[in-house]
Design a protein around this ligand. Structure first.
Ligand SMILES: [Zn+2]
Length: 350
């Protein structure tokens, strides 16, 4: 029994291939973070090794071991960080050579070997080239599953040797319903979690069981609101903290920019009277009050600015500079503080 939220197309395709014995040797699962790529990969590994008649049963010893990450025939090759800097390291040719060595041995305790590479975009070019050989001449009873948020980050030679499976985000309504049905979450909270997770249930499931995730989001939103009201000295101090964090954990800073983006989109939706479409439904009153202070064009321009900052960070521009420009682009409330801030900035930058 596949317990995947959404992704009916991918699940039925895999189930059908499994039953007809037509599984590919290598898959590429493409979809945003938390959409369920790893869950689906683990389910496939369970299905390939399950001892029950209906696979995956998720209950037999093999399914349990794979879920716990302790099955010797199922390996995840993934993110490692530099011990000193905390930066993500590329998957090396040495790691792929170890994998190839393992892949040539028969399954040890199960029926089928599965290697999950996550995220596949971290494959160094030599590692990707080395992997090609294995993907071209796959051993029996070996399946590779590559996970990525963006297949354009992978060499086309690798992509062409995998069967692609796209895992799109769910609609907010579909995800909210799944959260209500499976976890018994009450509708308002399910709608909030589904909206905040953008149709990627992994985050919503984690947040449903761990209040600290929503608390972190509240803290980041408070920091954003403080920063909007702050002068440039404080805004640039905030940039310094974000830039330092970016070195340690890029994802955390992208998440913060996503929060900003959601909030300003919500302001725009409120301004346009589309209250039912907002993401931050628990902050509706605050959004309504704040939306009154800005013109629609200011909101649109700032939303563009946040998007372009996120885009630039992904293209490895100067982090601090990109974030400082974003701070300069924060719109001033109608009739409040514009002159003062502009004066101060002209002093700082000439
Ligand atoms: Zn099982």
């Amino acid at each position: 029994m596949w317990q995947i939220i959404g992704q009916t197309r991918a699940v039925s395709l895999l189930q059908h291939s499994l039953e007809s014995g037509n599984l590919a040797h290598a898959y590429l699962f493409i979809g945003p973070s938390h959409v369920g790529k790893m869950t689906l990969a683990v389910h496939l590994a369970q299905a390939l090794n399950c001892e029950a008649a209906e696979r995956p049963c998720l209950e037999c010893a093999s399914c349990e071991k794979i879920k716990a990450g302790s099955h010797s025939d199922v390996q995840v090759i993934g993110l490692t960080r530099n011990e000193d800097t905390g930066e993500a390291m590329l998957i090396s040719i040495g790691q792929i050579e170890d994998l190839q060595h393992d892949a040539n041995l028969p399954p040890f305790e199960g029926k089928h070997k599965v290697f999950i590479i996550d995220p596949a975009e971290l494959l160094s070019l030599p590692a990707a080239n080395r992997l090609l050989k294995t993907l071209e001449e796959p051993a029996d009873k070996v399946t590779f599953i590559l996970l990525t948020i963006n297949d354009r980050l992978l060499p086309t030679t690798v992509i062409s040797r995998c069967q692609r499976l796209e895992l799109p985000p769910l609609s907010v309504a579909e995800e909210a319903k799944a959260l209500m049905d499976r976890l018994g979450i009450e509708p308002e909270r399910a709608r909030l979690l589904a909206g905040l997770s953008h149709g990627c249930p992994g985050w919503a499931l984690a947040a449903a069981g761990d209040d600290s995730l929503l608390q972190q989001r509240d803290q980041e939103l408070s920091r954003m609101l403080d920063t909007i009201k702050a002068d440039y000295v404080e805004r640039f101090a905030y940039v310094s903290r974000l830039a330092a964090r970016f070195t340690q954990n890029r994802g955390a800073v992208y998440d913060i920019l996503d929060l900003w983006l959601d909030y300003w989109r919500d302001l725009m939706l409120v301004k346009l009277d589309h209250h039912d479409m907002i993401t931050n439904i628990d902050r509706k009153d605050e959004l309504v009050e704040m939306a009154g202070g800005y013109r629609l064009n200011q909101m649109k321009d700032f939303i563009k600015s946040i998007s372009s900052t996120a885009e630039q960070l992904r293209q490895n521009v100067n982090t601090r500079l990109a974030l400082e420009v974003l701070m300069l682009d924060i719109p001033s409330k109608e009739g409040g503080g514009v002159e003062n801030l502009n004066n101060r900035i002209s002093v700082k930058y000439g």
